[in-house]
Ligand binder design. Structure first.
Ligand code: ADP
Ligand code: MG
Length: 621
């Protein structure tokens, strides 16, 4: 009796483990709160049943009744759920995010629910399907008791295979790219990720695992009907992922054990209250809800938080190079543990002012890397960008200045593909790029940063830097399944060395293995600079990189910008700190009210009355 009981909860645990790992791909990694997930489980269960059970006596009705071998039916379940995931994902992931995505997926599962329960010829409506008794058992000649062991073994084997598969994926660039979507998908697009395609891959993969779990669940229950299938199940599954540790494979398996095996089973032993048969199931839901709330409040990262790649060599590498680099010793904002304030590096911003501005005779003679012509963007009645035209010389630093609301950030969004221009052209390296999606522009070599830091908070500094380099040949789902473990798997040695070098150069070596979200504002900006170094674009657009940053970091940022130029990257920088612009920019473009009112070397603008009226007057005042 006791063995029987243990066998059954272990089997159930293994099935739910696979189910939760599938959800973890969609929610834990790609960050999509999917309410259709339990629908994929249900579809997998239904498909398994209609593919394995034979014709039954009327009035029972259902399609197929094929009596296929169980493993084939499982495959069918995986295919069916993947297809449904593909269709729902194609629709819901295109534009919708957050709550809108969730609502559409809820709609999708509701459609499935109504079809299954109301359209009787499909899966026999509310009666559901039954009769899948001990699949594979008779072929193997197993008696009832040995079958229970066999099926547990089968489920555990599949669970182990799924875990190994997940570990491989999690340590790959594909897995890391998925998690970058969860952390900040705009930054992911800025570094070349096709958000839609990546999210869709994750979604279909998750749905496939849901289907597999559904097929196993159907065999465990030997039946499936709409009442086996309530929305609360999705919540229980979510609670398992959250309590165990969202994103963490070990955590999710532990979470299933805690929430589904322990919590559920413990309430099963409560005595029935006479006349109130609903109290015990209700208590179970209350316990699940309470645990969920407590975790959200006190331990949102879960029992076993997601692992990060710790690069041991980063430290030794750092020690060696810091020792030989005189500048790194004096200016290290990361010397103290995280989170830190910046410990003042060398020069305060006043020192930046004394530096001599660069002399460039005539920028108009330089070849242009970017030519913006007649760009327009209106938001309702607001003309954010209004006939904006300017050119950006190749191999130099162009400052883009102007009062707040001048349209600088909007112009950057239009150039980099984050917003669609109403009219106008953007010519980048002699190719028209206006209207292209951000990842395609990024892949052509134009990368932008944002007015607020957009680090991938849950990834380490080094992971952030590694991921800045987009490589078509290494980030696919299939490519991610080959290669060797963890950090070596993420990047070839030379690339890893390059990332370590960049991290060290920017003085982030000591915190290179920290999660970027734990850093101070200034350190996050430096991480963004490091990502640009790694990506090595032809043109970078920096939107107020000093915003909210301790000005003592000015010198380090100026050096980083000089480093970009030295490595062949042209720079556009939006900045309100004019001494800084004077120090770093060869050429300055002034915007006001959506258009360019002046352009030229910084000195030439000082005496320009239009610029003084629109901006400089305001700044000096
Ligand atoms: P800047 O970066 O130069 O400070 P912005 O490009 O952020 O200026 O904004 C230009 C103008 O466009 C402002 O008046 C701002 O309020 C408006 N604006 C920017 N984005 C939007 C938006 N998404 N919807 C409506 N108005 C916007
Ligand atoms: Mg702005």
């Amino acid at each position: 009796m006791m063995t029987q009981y243990l066998l059954s909860i272990l089997t159930e645990g293994a099935v739910f483990g696979i189910m939760a790992l599938g959800l973890n791909v969609i929610w834990g990694w790609a960050g999509d709160f999917d309410l259709a997930y339990y629908g994929y489980v249900a579809l997998g269960a239904y498909i398994t049943l209609v593919l394995t059970i034979g014709p039954q006596t009327p009035p029972a009705q259902y399609i197929l009744g094929l009596q296929l071998p169980y493993p084939l039916a499982l495959l069918g379940a995986v295919v069916a759920s993947s297809l449904m995931g593909l269709i729902v994902g194609l629709i819901a992931l295109r534009q919708l995010r957050g709550i809108y995505f969730s609502i559409v997926t809820l709609g999708a599962v509701y459609v499935l629910y109504v079809m299954a329960s109301q359209y009787v010829p499909l899966f026999d409506g509310y009666n559901g399907l039954s009769g899948l008794v001990n699949p594979m058992g008779d072929v193997l000649g197993l008696d009832y008791q040995s079958y229970q062991y066999f099926f547990l073994g089968f489920c555990l084997l599949l669970l182990v295979l799924v875990i190994l598969f997940m570990m491989r994926l999690s340590g790959s660039r594909f897995g890391l790219a998925l998690r970058s979507l969860r952390e900040d998908e705009r930054a992911a697009a800025a570094f070349g990720r096709d958000i839609y395609v990546l999210k869709l891959k994750a979604y279909v993969l998750g749905a496939a695992l849901g289907g597999l779990a559904g097929g196993l669940f159907a065999a465990y229950l030997s039946a499936w009907n709409p009442s086996a299938w309530a929305p609360i199940e999705a919540i229980v599954l979510y609670s398992a992922v959250l309590v165990g540790g969202k994103g963490s494979i070990r955590g999710v398996v532990l979470g299933v054990f805690v929430m589904i095996v322990l919590v559920q089973e413990s309430t099963r032993f409560l005595p029935d209250i006479a006349g109130n048969p609903n109290i015990v199931p209700a208590l179970r839901e209350i316990v699940v809800g309470t645990v969920l709330v407590l975790f959200l409040r006190f331990r949102p990262q879960g029992l076993l938080p997601e692992r990060r790649h710790v690069d041991r060599q980063l430290h030794s590498y750092a020690v060696a190079s810091v020792a030989t680099s005189p500048s790194a010793e004096t200016s290290d904002p990361s010397a103290t543990s995280v989170p830190t304030q910046e410990t003042p590096p060398v020069q305060p911003v006043a020192a930046v002012v004394v530096s001599k501005p660069r002399q460039v005779v005539s920028v108009e003679d330089e070849p242009a890397i970017l030519v913006v012509e007649g760009l327009y963007k209106h938001f309702g009645g607001v003309a954010a960008v209004n006939n904006c035209s300017f050119r950006v010389p190749k191999g130099l630093v162009t400052g883009l200045i102007g009062p707040n609301g001048a349209g600088k950030s909007t112009a950057i969004d239009l150039i980099s593909g984050f917003k669609m221009p109403d009219a106008g052209t953007v010519l980048f390296e002699d190719r028209l790029i206006q209207g292209l999606p951000p990842h395609r522009i990024s892949r052509q070599g134009l990368i932008r940063t944002f007015q607020t830091p957009r680090e991938w908070a849950g990834l380490t500094v080094l992971e952030n830097v590694l991921l800045a380099h987009w490589d078509r040949n290494r980030e696919g789902f299939w490519q991610s399944l080959i290669g060797t473990g963890l950090i070596q798997h993420l990047a070839p040695e030379a690339e890893l060395a390059r990332a370590r070098e960049i991290v060290t150069e920017l003085g982030l070596n000591k915190i290179g293995n920290e999660r970027a979200g734990n850093l101070s504002g200034g350190q996050k900006r430096l991480v963004e600079f490091a990502r640009i170094r790694m990506a090595h674009p032809d043109l970078v657009i920096l939107d107020e990189p000093m915003g909210g940053v301790n000005p003592v970091l000015g010198e380090r940022m100026a050096q980083a910008i000089e480093g970009f130029v030295a490595s062949g990257t042209s720079v556009i920088i939006v900045e309100h700190n004019l001494p800084f612009i004077e120090r770093v920019a060869h050429h300055v473009v002034v915007m006001a009210q959506g258009e360019v009112i002046a352009a030229g070397p910084f000195d030439s603008l000082r005496s320009n009355q239009v610029v003084i009226d629109a901006y400089l007057g305001e700044v000096t005042a």
